[in-house]
Each structure stands twice: as C-alpha cells, then as structure tokens.
Write a protein that binds this ligand. Structure first.
Ligand SMILES: [Zn+2]
Length: 103
C-alpha cells in the first residue's frame, strides 16, 4: 500500500475543502444589501442625522432579488461600493466617505 500517496491525496482533499469553505465565508461577508422598495436613503456616517436620497448605479441579481452593487456618492458623484467592514457604502473617491443605508 502506498501510504505516502494516500496522505498526499487526503491533504489535497483537505485543501480543496478548506478553499471552498473560505470562498463561501468570503461570499457571505461580501453580501451587499438588497434593493429596498422605494427610494434608497443613506446617511453620512460622519455627519449623521441628515437623510440623503442616493442614486442607484449598479444592481446585481441575487437569489431572485436585486442587491445593490454601487450607489452614486452624494458628495463627489463617484461610485460607492459596499464595505462589509463598515457595514456601509464607501466612496471610491479621494475623500473616502462612508454612508450608511437607512431603513
Ligand atoms: Zn465621494
């Protein structure tokens, strides 16, 4: 019996399973919010209290529902993308504004 071979195979299978699990975790973490019914309202995380209506730039079809990919920044009009670390939309512009989704 080629013992070394089977250990190698097992390692290969483990690596594959681990990679799959990591990818699944990343996908779950990168989940951008679903498109709300009606208007998209955001709030500047630095200056909360003021509700701003956001313009939708890009959508992604996800499990029969629409998820927001990017919104237009109300400050510099550049696209804002979902940042799972902040649980908010982050502007890709130089000022790096962070806007929370309201509601
Ligand atoms: Zn901006």
């Amino acid at each position: 019996m080629a013992r070394g071979q089977s250990i190698l195979d097992r390692d290969k299978i483990m690596t594959k399973a681990l990679r799959r699990a990591t990818r699944k975790k990343n996908e779950a973490r990168n989940t951008s919010p679903l498109l709300p019914d009606g208007q998209i309202v955001i709030m500047d995380s630095i200056n909360p209290g003021r509700r701003i209506e956001a313009k939708l730039l890009r959508l992604r079809r996800k499990g029969g529902r629409d998820a927001i990919v990017s919104l237009e920044c109300p400050y510099c009009c550049r696209p804002m993308v979902w940042d799972p670390r902040w649980n908010a939309f982050k502007c890709t512009g130089a000022h790096k504004g962070i806007y929370e989704l309201v509601g």
